[in-house]
Design a binder for this molecule. Structure first.
Ligand SMILES: *Cc1c(COP(=O)(O)O)cnc(C)c1O
Ligand SMILES: [Zn+2]
Length: 412
């Protein structure tokens, strides 16, 4: 909101920048971040006001970097927080919750949140073409939101993405450009294009606006927990942005009196086949070594040079969390256990979160007597092919009752 959104500020040197399509500091190349007049927000917001707001992420509009009313993604967010009692029992945790963005609108991943903010802002700044560098979900969301708002869109992706993610962009009649190479190559090309064309690249020149959208997942968790910060939050990481922004939401909620301050831990999860952030964390260094050739079924998390990796490590350390990674086999087990116990079909990134949570509990980084939220960020139908050789086959029978009787396991 105009009266609350202050400016863009360099995360490194603190220099101020105008609220335009800029994302890096000219002096030290630090990332720019939106800042707010918190004393004004604090006077304005209350739990009750938020609870009676729209049934979407936009009930948190005072904390988002727009100057006018939002126009994109008015039905995005406010996804369910499920009490996962059956999974809790198996993992040996007292209280376990699933923040279920597999059912986010319109494209079944948490990316619908970030695109809603970035494109609302792009419209405010009169951009007509929108674009992104994507590992799949961002492309789906950008294409859908652009279609629904009459914006022209181009999405750039690694050429070898899952078929459902490619179709899930093409259906909106966007231009899909497949790049021969990893996500880092896609991203570098997008930076070059952004320097040449006046386009809104949601995660390049609009990244400060885009990234703030992730906070809504954090705010919703707090509200749905009954305005309490959970002891532990487990979050999967690609660039590391979502993790840092859930923490930012918790901090802002404390600052503005929506929740009481208390200790909490933020844990990061990655796939072992692309683990630049967890590897650096485990080594005890801030120095992230890029992964040149990511090799994991969790393609949505396969970013070898994570833009916010450094900040993610700081957040995890500051809160007393831990960072863990899992193999492809463990990712598949994570997907299956979540589906079998809670009826939630997550994509590979969700398998990463569940698999890492299991390890964090086993290793004692998450104590059994605690309250845990798992952020499940994308839908399993988008990466269904990874399960092909890991499920029971179907029983095919003749349409006769005798044949049916033969395959039944239960007593009549
Ligand atoms: C993009 C993405 C993430 C994490 O994104 P960050 O770059 O770390 O903010 C997590 N899960 C899914 C399914 C994603 O598509
Ligand atoms: Zn700077």
């Amino acid at each position: 909101m105009k009266e609350f959104f202050d400016r863009l500020k360099c995360k490194e040197c603190g220099r101020s920048y105008p609220k335009e399509a800029v994302h890096v500091c000219e002096f030290d190349f630090g990332p720019l971040e939106a800042t707010y007049h918190y004393h004004k927000i604090k006077k304005y917001v209350s739990r009750q006001m938020i609870e009676s707001g729209p049934d979407s992420m936009w009930r948190y509009e005072p904390f988002l970097p727009l100057e006018e009313e939002p126009t994109v993604g008015l039905h995005t967010g406010m996804t369910p927080l499920l009490a996962a009692k059956r999974l809790a029992k198996i993992l040996g945790i007292k209280e376990l919750y699933i923040k279920n963005d597999t059912v986010n609108f319109p494209t079944l991943s948490f990316k619908d949140r970030v695109v809603s903010v970035a494109l609302s802002r792009a419209k405010e700044l009169h951009y007509e073409v929108v674009s992104c560098a994507s590992t799949g979900n961002l492309a789906n969301s950008l294409a859908a939101h652009a279609a629904a708002n009459g914006l022209k869109s181009y999405v750039l992706i690694p050429a070898d993405l899952e078929p459902a993610k490619v179709i899930g962009s093409l259906v909106y009649n966007t231009r899909v450009i497949g790049i021969k190479g990893s996500y880092d190559k896609v991203n570098r090309l997008c930076s070059e294009i952004a320097g040449k064309y006046r386009w809104a690249f949601v995660n390049v020149n609009f990244r400060p606006y885009y990234a703030e959208g992730s906070k809504t997942m954090g705010f919703e968790i707090l509200e749905q927990m009954g305005w309490k910060i959970p002891d532990h939050t487990v979050i999967c990481m690609a660039s590391g942005s979502l993790l840092t922004k859930i923490d930012k939401a918790y901090q802002e909620a404390i600052l503005c009196g929506l929740v009481e301050e208390k200790p909490y831990a933020i844990h990061g999860a990655q796939a072992s086949g692309c683990n630049p952030i967890t590897a650096a964390f485990k080594k005890g260094t801030d120095l992230i070594r890029p992964i040149a050739n990511p090799n994991t079924i969790a393609k949505s998390l396969a970013i070898g040079t994570p833009a916010d990796g450094y900040y993610a490590i700081q957040t995890i350390r500051r809160t007393g969390g831990y960072a863990e990674d899992v193999t492809d086999q463990e990712i598949i087990e994570g997907i299956k256990i979540l589906a079998e116990t809670e009826g939630v079909f997550a994509e590979t990134a969700g398998g990463v979160t569940v698999g890492c949570a299991k390890k964090l509990i086993q290793k004692g980084y998450i104590p059994q007597e605690s309250q845990v939220v798992l952020c499940i960020t994308g839908n399993g139908l988008k990466t269904a092919e990874v399960l092909k050789d890991h499920l029971n086959p179907i029983d095919v029978i003749e349409p006769h009752i005798q044949d049916f009787d033969k395959i039944v396991d239960f007593e009549k």
